[in-house]
Design a protein around this ligand. Structure first.
Ligand SMILES: Nc1ncnc2c1ncn2[C@@H]1O[C@H](COP(=O)(O)OP(=O)(O)OP(=O)(O)O)[C@@H](O)[C@H]1O
Ligand SMILES: [Mg+2]
Length: 339
């Protein structure tokens, strides 16, 4: 009686929750602000993200996941618990069944941590699925066909590339280089080139506003504010879109190399299918200007960005909650161990 079935994308940057039959009911940054004197959680999500870099000594605002996996277990579990409570507020239930995603490249210890965090958050029945599989299903790819399709999910902490056929992953590569590393590359560049210290939120804003993977029409520049490394005083500098692109070129090449490596490991018949059907991109990183075009150029394969790339993974978990979706019978090898 009164079971709530939810799907959760516990991401490095964002956590999304969907409720069976209702669609997405929550989207929040994966951030927690807590008081270090008594470990009390002060805020989670957007409210906590606004506190990053602005807290007094007694409060810390942290992102408890790093590179797609749990870096701080207690804080992640507390965050997930809050999110689940917030998402299910006002509804009456006695049990929670939860489908949660984990990156394809995680170790057993790392996936066990996600399982345990879901337990602490109140789930009684936990089901782990691989993120690229959920991303492909959520993007609406024909994963059940006897033909290969390729999904590239670039999130905050991990980039995952997978070739799927007949409802399972044929080959997959996961690297811990993604959106966060683009931000970090911008921070380092601005420090080196302009002697300016900026925070991760400013770097992310720069990336989203003027960042690109390829030259584009109407290249622009923006003013950014930070702290002068030399005299410690506030300072404003102007940074161009060309500069931002060159700052991010290393991590971008590494993501593209991972796609190439996956293609090299793909059996020829499936590679031919991918040539025909193209590559589908999901995750927030897919929104980077010119990224899809650059991948298409570098691989010679057409690339499309899924509709609502940030939502694909959680929409995939929602499919898993639906009977007769095909995805409900999918067996994730490592997930079964914890039943
Ligand atoms: N318009 C945009 N241009 C470039 N990057 C963007 C844009 N919008 C969001 N991003 C980036 O996308 C990333 C977040 O994507 P997403 O929510 O898919 O990650 P996640 O699922 O939380 O992380 P992971 O899957 O690695 O655990 C962040 O690095 C964010 O800066
Ligand atoms: Mg993700």
């Amino acid at each position: 009686m009164f079971t709530r079935d939810i799907g959760v994308d516990l991401g490095t940057a964002n956590t999304l929750v969907c409720l069976k039959g209702k669609g997405i009911i929550m989207r929040e940054p994966s951030v927690v602000a807590y008081d270090i004197r008594n470990d009390a959680v002060r805020a989670v999500g957007t409210e906590a993200k606004d506190m990053i870099g602005r807290t007094p000594g007694s409060i810390v605002a942290v992102r408890p996941l790093k590179d797609g996996v749990i870096a701080d277990f207690d804080v992640t579990a507390a965050m997930l618990k809050r999110f689940v409570r917030q998402a299910l507020k006002g509804s009456f239930f006695s049990r929670v069944r939860m489908v949660v995603c984990i990156p394809a490249g995680v170790t057993e210890v790392e996936s066990r941590a996600v399982y345990d965090a879901a337990k602490v958050a109140g789930a009684s029945d936990i089901d782990l699925v691989e993120e690229p599989m959920a991303a492909a299903v959520g993007a609406g790819l024909p994963v059940w066909d006897a033909a290969g399709c390729m999904v590239v999910d670039v999130g905050g902490g991990t980039s995952e590339v997978a070739v799927i056929s007949l409802g399972d992953i044929v080959t997959a590569q996961s690297i811990r280089i993604a959106g966060d590393d683009l931000d970090e590359a911008i921070i380092n560049y601005v420090k080196r080139k302009h002697n300016l210290l900026i925070g991760e939120r400013t770097a992310e804003q720069i990336k989203i506003e003027i960042g690109s993977a390829k030259p584009f029409e109407n290249e622009t520049s923006i003013e950014i504010k930070g702290r002068n490394q030399v005299d410690g005083l506030p300072k404003t500098v102007t940074i161009s879109s060309q500069e931002v692109r060159s700052a991010m070129s290393d991590p971008i090449s590494q993501i593209i190399d991972t796609i190439r490596l996956t293609l090299e490991k793909t059996p020829p018949e499936l590679a031919a299918d991918i040539m025909d059907r193209g590559i589908t991109m999901t995750g927030g990183g897919a929104l980077l200007r010119g990224f899809a075009e650059l991948i298409a150029e570098e691989t010679g394969i057409p690339v499309t960005v899924a509709a609502n790339p940030l939502d694909c993974v959680v929409l995939g978990t929602a499919k898993r909650l639906e009977p007769d979706s095909g995805f409900e019978n999918y067996v994730f090898r490592r997930g079964k161990r914890f039943r």
